[in-house]
Ligand binder design. Structure first.
Ligand code: AMP
Length: 394
């Protein structure tokens, strides 16, 4: 059971130091860690659908604070978010304060694939060929145009591969058509995307300060399992200056259009020199966790600096990092921590299958050093995670 925490005076004492984060998961927790080194405080909001259930919580221990959401909004210098799938009324309430960063438009683009696709199209940013599906008839027409390999995605509430159907042949297509006979398309329109044969998945994290200055981290190479990020390598190997610049140009177009402040993550498919935007996340992102050890200022610190109106920290990579997500497994033994240059970040959540429990950053100064560390860590991981790491073993 969470307990009432009566330290509200400490939280509200100095509004210039307080930032409110909508959402109270691990990203809010890590924003708190990034903020506290700057002497700033964070209140997280349990963004329940039912306004009566919403509460301000301590982002680390999750105790309920004796502070209302309205009080927190009133006393803070900025409101930000760790999650885009937020109740609309809460986003509107945050926006109405004039302190919400990034802003409701950016949250909507991250939360709704239809809005996101419209944004990409309006800016002429390359993305996967797609069609909006509002009926089984629409799906049939999409399959004709975009098939034979198609991915169908819910327009909202989909993340980590949830809310998706994959159709790689006629039989699978027919099965999905059958499944969707009774689907409520009006409530939840879908997006059908052509399945792309990409070479790899990469992401670009950039941060924009309150004056509109942009800074970018180097591109990150990402590996997924069952639709979920399992491993990132940063800086991504074999990236030319042209590719980095191309990704930055895409990012800048979007950040400018959205009048963005804070960290914006852009997930990309690479095909040769071509980049297609898969999706965007208007927040700090799992593929940026490597920055905690690999860059002078982490994505969490930089996001907080941006929304608080402070100058940005350096985004250059200082080391090579392999970030391994600890998914669905209990906390590792201290043997792992005994390995030099291995950094555990644990979120203190109850273990559940497919749940992100923590991550490990493996840090090195050369590829051979990183590979040696990966080999050592590989032996200490549970089988499911060791298999993920095997993907980057030679
Ligand atoms: P998403 O939730 O849209 O990021 O999808 C989860 C994962 O599914 C991505 O990271 C890709 O590995 C894969 N995926 C999504 N869309 C496509 C696509 N159009 N073509 C090929 N793979 C895709």
């Amino acid at each position: 059971m969470t307990q009432q925490f009566d330290g509200n005076a400490a939280f509200l004492n100095n509004g210039n130091d307080l930032i409110v984060v909508l959402g109270h998961g691990q990203l809010a927790r890590m924003m708190y860690l990034g903020a506290s080194q700057l002497g700033l405080n964070i209140i997280a909001v349990d963004a329940a659908k039912d306004p009566a259930q919403r509460a301000c919580v301590n982002p680390v221990c999750k105790s309920i604070l004796n502070v209302s959401v309205e009080q927190a909004f009133e006393h803070c210098v900025a409101i930000t978010s760790e999650f885009e799938h937020l109740p609309k009324d809460l986003v509107a309430q945050a926006e109405s304060t004039g302190k919400f960063k990034p802003n409701a438009k950016a949250i909507a683009a991250g939360a709704d694939r239809i809005v996101e696709k419209q944004l990409l199209e309006s800016l002429n940013i390359p993305n996967c060929a797609h069609q909006i599906v509002r009926s089984v008839e629409d799906l049939k027409s999409a399959y004709q145009t975009l098939g034979p390999k198609l991915i169908l995605k819910t327009s909202r509430d989909g993340y980590d591969g949830y809310g998706q159907w994959r159709m790689f042949n006629q039989a699978e297509f027919k099965q999905v058509c059958g499944e969707l006979e009774t689907f409520d398309f009006e409530h939840m329109p879908l997006v059908a995307e052509q399945c792309v044969q990409f070479e790899r998945e990469i992401s670009l994290l950039g941060v924009t300060d309150s004056q509109g200055n942009h800074q970018y981290y180097p591109l990150t190479e990402n590996h997924h399992g069952a639709g979920q990020l399992v491993l990132s390598l940063a800086p991504a190997p074999n990236v030319t200056a042209e590719l980095q610049e191309k990704a930055q140009a895409i990012h800048q177009k979007m950040a400018t259009e959205l009048n963005y402040t804070g960290v914006l993550a852009v997930e990309l498919f690479q095909i040769g020199d071509e980049l297609l935007v898969n999706e965007i996340a208007p927040r700090v992102h799992n593929s940026g966790h490597w920055t905690q050890q690999g860059a002078a200022a982490s994505q969490f610190e930089n996001h907080i600096r941006a929304v608080a109106g402070l100058p940005l920290g350096d985004t250059q990579a200082q080391h090579l990092v392999a970030m391994v997500n600890y998914v669905g497994e209990a906390k590792p033994s201290s043997d792992l921590l005994a390995l030099k240059n291995t950094h555990l970040h644990w979120y203190d959540k109850e273990v559940r299958a497919k749940r992100k429990m923590g991550h490990i950053n493996l840090v090195a100064n050369s590829e051979s050093e990183l590979q040696a560390l990966i080999d050592q860590v590989h032996k200490l991981l549970p089988e499911s995670l060791a298999n993920n790491l095997a993907k980057i073993k030679q």
